[in-house]
Each structure stands twice: as structure tokens, then as C-alpha cells.
Design a binder for this molecule. Structure first.
Ligand code: ZN
Ligand code: ZN
Length: 290
């Protein structure tokens, strides 16, 4: 299955049982409220991934105080997608080598399956480049979270069971987490093969309306590869970006500060420019914000 032929058992012990446990739905009493639990737990944790892991920890698209930073990392880790430093470091490496040698989950270099889940199951994903995430690794509480990365997810599942029993645990944790995984992973896989490319980014990133809906805005992936510092990935009004809207609301309350966004008029100026490959190699591309 993998090039190295070895596995990452840290991810396998999460993926295998939770996927298998979905079969238990056949014996789980159904209530319509379970769907509300599914949507709510999916949405709030997807926000943790998109606003937290991605736009904050990987790209520093806005600022938070230290407590809010910890809360966002904790929320993101309830998604059972490894630790905050692991996630953000791998993602910075993805931008540095997008679809060229060194990109760990490129569907262009390897297969769609590899980019979606194969790389996570392989031993190649076990380690991350710690030097690219030193700006956040300096916080001991984040290092602790990263080390015990399963704890937030386990507490989240236990809390749901305590609140609503087995049906709420099944829909709000088991099914929700599995769907959340595939929603997130679709950006690594499908968002590099399916959709439009308004910007010549030097990689194969795509804009995809459907993926943007299910990932709260991450589907505007070609926009993102062009303006990776921007907290706003849907640049036009019709490019729905729920994560950005939520961040905007949080900024009105002062929780989120210095929200960095791409100015749309500047976007039009660069739309016809063929960008050189070198413009995308920095792990943290700091550009003009508005
Ligand atoms: Zn990408
Ligand atoms: Zn990114």
C-alpha cells in the first residue's frame, strides 16, 4: 500500500475502529435530534480545523490571545487529526513543496488514495519538520497538547456519551469524526484535481464550490495557494467561506485580532500575472493585508 511498506499505527488505531464502528448505526435507535448533533459537532470541529489548524496555526492569518489560542488548538484536536504542531507543520511543508517532490500528500505525484488517506496510514507521516513550527512550539501548553493529542478527542467523545448516551455518542462523535476526516482530507486530495484554477499558482490547487460548502470555505483552495496569508479564502461574494464569516464575527467581539485578508481589487491586478514558482515556496508567506 505504501512506498515504504510500513505503517503509522498512531493513525491506524484511530481510523480503523471508528470507521468500523459506523456499522453500529444499524443497532442504534434513530431520532431526528441525532442529525442535529451530527451537523453541530461536524461544523464546530470543522471550524476548529479550518480556522485553527489551518488559518491560524499553519498560516498565522489572525491573532489570538494565549488562552484563545489554546482553546482553538484543543477544539481542533477533538477532531482526532493528530496534534496541533504535527498538523500545522505538515501543512506548511505542503505549501513549500506543493505538487513537487517533498509534498507528502500530492495526488499529482502519487495517487488520489495516497493524497486522501494513504500518506496518513504510512510511516512517512509519523514525523513532522519541527523546525518549521518553532513559532508555536515555544508554547509549553501547545507542546503538551501535541504530545497527548488524543486526549481532547477522547474527552469530547466521553462528554457526548455523558450528555446523550449511546445514540448521541454514535452520531456526534463516531459518525461526525469519520465524516470530518474525509471532509478535511478531500482538500488534500480532490482540491488538487477537481475544480477551476483562476490563478496560475505553479501547483495543481483548485477552486471547488462543493468542497467549499462541506469544509466551511477551504474549497477555495486555488485562491488559498495564491494568497495563503489571507484568512478569507472565498474572495468573491459568491465564494461562500463560512469560516471567514465566523472569524469576522469573532473579530467584532475582539476575540480575533488583526484579521488578514486579501483585498479584492489587488486580486484582480494579479489575476493575469503568471506567478513564478518561487513565489510559493515560503512556508509562511507574509503579504499585504487589509
Ligand atoms: Zn494544497
Ligand atoms: Zn494552507
Amino acid at each position: 500500500m505504501t512506498r515504504s511498506g510500513r505503517f503509522n499505527f498512531e493513525t491506524i488505531v484511530a481510523f480503523a475502529p471508528l470507521h468500523a464502528a459506523c456499522v453500529l448505526l444499524l443497532w442504534t435507535p434513530f431520532e431526528w435530534s441525532c442529525l442535529v448533533w451530527l451537523v453541530a459537532t461536524y461544523a464546530v470541529r470543522m471550524f476548529g480545523i479550518t480556522a485553527g489548524y489551518h488559518r491560524y496555526f499553519a498560516h498565522r492569518s489572525f491573532k489570538l490571545d494565549r488562552v484563545s489560542q489554546f482553546v482553538l488548538a484543543f477544539l481542533a484536536q477533538t477532531s482526532a487529526q493528530m496534534g496541533v504542531l504535527w498538523w500545522a507543520a505538515h501543512h506548511r511543508t505542503h505549501h513549500r513543496y506543493s505538487d513537487i517532490e517533498g509534498d507528502m500528500h500530492s495526488p499529482v505525484l502519487r495517487s488520489l488514495w495516497w493524497s486522501h488517506m494513504g500518506w496518513l496510514l504510512s510511516s512517512e507521516s509519523r514525523h513532522y519538520e519541527s523546525r518549521v513550527i518553532q513559532d508555536f512550539a515555544k508554547f509549553p501548553e501547545l507542546r503538551l497538547l501535541n504530545k497527548y493529542h488524543r486526549v481532547p478527542a477522547i474527552l469530547f467523545g466521553a462528554a457526548l456519551f455523558a450528555v446523550g448516551g449511546f445514540p448521541v455518542f454514535m452520531w456526534g462523535f463516531v459518525v461526525s469524526t469519520v465524516v470530518l476526516w474525509h471532509g478535511t482530507f478531500s482538500i488534500n486530495s480532490l482540491a488538487h484535481v477537481w475544480g477551476s484554477r483562476p490563478f496560475e499558482t505553479g501547483d495543481q490547487s483548485r477552486n471547488n464550490f462543493f468542497l467549499a460548502l462541506i469544509t466551511l470555505g477551504e474549497g477555495w483552495h486555488n485562491n488559498h495557494h495564491q494568497f495563503m496569508y489571507s484568512a478569507r479564502q472565498g474572495l468573491h461574494w459568491w465564494e461562500i467561506d463560512m469560516s471567514y464569516y465566523a472569524l469576522k464575527v469573532l473579530s467584532l467581539f475582539g476575540i480575533v485580532r488583526e484579521l488578514r485578508t486579501q483585498n479584492l481589487s489587488d486580486t484582480f491586478k494579479v489575476q493575469t500575472v503568471i506567478n513564478s514558482r518561487s513565489s510559493n515556496v515560503e512556508p509562511l508567506r507574509i503579504g499585504k493585508s487589509t
